[in-house]
Write a protein that binds this ligand. Sequence first.
Ligand SMILES: Cc1ncc(COP(=O)(O)O)c(C=O)c1O
Length: 407
Amino acid sequence: MPPAAPPPLAPTKPKPQHWDIQRAVRKNILALAPYRCARDDYDQGILLDANENALGHALPAANGDSSVTDTSFDDLDLHRYPSPTHYDVKQRLCELRGVPSPHNFFLGVGSDEVIDLLFRIACVPGRDRALVCPPTYGMYSVCAQVNDVEIVKVDLDVEGGKFRPKVDEINRTLSAAAKSDNPIKLIYLCSPGNPTGTLIPLDDVRAILANPDYEGLVVVDEAYIDFASRDKSAVELLVNEGWSNLVIMQTLSKGFGLAAIRLGIAISSPELIQVLNNIKAPYNISTPTASLALRALSPQGLSAFRQNISTLLSNRSYLASALLSLPSIIALPGAGDANFLLAQVAGRDGRPDNARAKEVYTHMAERDRVVVRFRGNEVGCEACLRITVGTRDECERVVERLRELLQ
Ligand SMILES: Cc1ncc(COP(=O)(O)O)c(C=O)c1O
């Protein structure tokens, strides 16, 4: 039986004071009468209300055959539509992240769905704009284009691989846009960044949240937060400081190692979460996904998660020092706060050499089947390979291959 809905939270006073959800969210979205699905009304009894298949699913029994479905799914009522709310998963996330209520959580089909939905609630196509800070995650721009939203770029300060937002320039850009016909309504900050691996200081986020001219949303994408060496999640800004214009995105794809189940998370004020819930597809999160998420968030799941993080952090330290011992790796730009490192490849003259980095990348992928990501065309990442921290054996193999190729 799904858990009862938790009690609603009292409406909060918006912070910053000038901010108003009525101006941050598109008018047509605010006016939406959301679809009411069968499971919103009743979920017990003889359920003849959702046109499901009364005979149940027709999946063959596993019978020890590993090529067919895992039998552990058989008691999941797969013939029924899933819960539209998944409060049980959200309750466990509250405990893990120190967030007061399940009403502060939205669940999406990966954070990629959340990114897209945020464009759809905040930006009027063909008019409003969104701001990103390259080098950054490519899906922000892809979703912008899909939604006919123009992207404004304010590059990170990449000097010496520090990858820090230029807060003054961002705020000047936001203030100027606010006076134009094409206001900026959405900002994506990635912390720790992809591909920078660098946390954004919370003071930088605060300075943007507090911009008195900005009426849009500030999104902090924390896909890699579980690998950050210090406790620097922007959740603190929401829970302890109450910024209403802040959305934090997290995911089970990285630290929890569950990329296949597609579970992304948005954490924000209950008012904004309600808007996201109003526009999502009624049953976006499947029952198998929710069931696996509950297992991952159980006490045993969390203990395995913490063990895996600790192993990956130790592999990351090994990989960092091994890479720096290689002849032509001249730097690891960024702070290395995620589950990957940027390694900068030099040419024979000791300077960053993009062509050589690309050659090494292609050679490794095609000849050695060791696949990393070439990131040399991104701002501040000249001649950089982005290398995911793998098992200890995988880390040793990639270092070995690089050593041979860079001799
Ligand atoms: C910064 C960042 N955000 C979001 C995502 C997407 O995560 P999900 O698997 O939850 O869609 C990725 C995936 O690589 C990422 O690097």
